[in-house]
Ligand binder design. Structure first.
Ligand code: ZN
Length: 243
């Protein structure tokens, strides 16, 4: 059994298509949120996700802001400008689709959230201390989350010992046999770990193995569409650098 775990697509259809191709046939898709925002293809990414029929599709902070569930003054000016453009691109059906997305999902013994178990929309999980506090508020053996746009993982034992989450490299596999885990598959559409390739993870619950993956995609295609849409330049250039 193979489950594709994705997060932070951020309206980057070229990256999403590359990930779907690279993942090959899968039995399920879990999408941890921020399907839209920043990128030039919000409607197309929502349509693509609907066609893929994910078993999990969560609400991220950018999704929430685009449909008026989050105040725009919580965002920096660049994110705010991109959000206002995103909002203008959605039809009523897409707005309703996004507004009805859940903040968390429990599936196959795993918890899925966008930011963190205790603050699903807002909290960034980078440190041992934040991980430790979050291990206390969920019971499942594994929590998958996104939001930081960085592939990483941490066990409960590491968090209690004060060891920060480990950055994962593409191709690395972790075995879930012992302990409890928090795992971030990275970002499909706006990686921030210095590697511009789209990030995702494959989870085999029968074997208890999660594999972190990267795939190159047509960054120029997304950047050209962003220029045409008039999206802020820093959002366009950062894709080349993966920051
Ligand atoms: Zn995001």
């Amino acid at each position: 059994m193979s489950i594709l775990i994705i997060s932070d697509i951020h309206a980057n259809l070229a990256a999403l298509e590359a990930v779907i191709d690279a993942a090959g046939p899968v039995d399920a898709i879990w999408n941890l949120g921020d399907t839209i925002g920043y990128g030039p293809y919000p409607g197309q990414c929502l349509e693509a996700m609907s066609a893929l029929q994910p078993d999990v599709m969560l609400l991220g902070n950018h999704d929430a802001a685009a449909v008026g569930l989050l105040r725009l003054d919580e965002f920096n000016p660049i994110a705010r400008a991109a959000t206002m453009w995103t909002t203008s691109q959605l039809n009523d059906e897409q707005r309703n689709q996004v507004a009805s997305l859940p903040l968390r999902a429990t599936i196959d013994g795993c918890l899925c959230v966008h930011g963190s178990p205790r603050q699903p929309i807002w909290e960034y999980l980078y440190s041992a201390a934040v991980s430790r506090a979050n291990f206390e508020v969920f019971d499942e053996a594994v929590c998958f989350l996104g939001h930081t746009h960085v592939q990483l993982w941490i066990t409960e034992d590491m968090a209690e010992a004060g060891t920060d989450p480990r950055l994962a490299s593409g191709g690395e596999s972790i075995h879930l046999a012992q302990g409890r885990f928090i795992i971030n598959p990275g970002s499909v559409g706006q990686p921030r770990d210095g590697n511009p390739d789209a990030a995702f993870a494959l989870f085999d619950p029968d074997l208890g193995v999660v594999t972190f993956r990267r795939v190159a995609y047509d960054i120029a295609r997304t950047q050209t569409a962003m220029h045409e849409a008039g999206l802020p330049l820093p959002l366009i250039t950062r894709l080349s650098a993966g920051v």
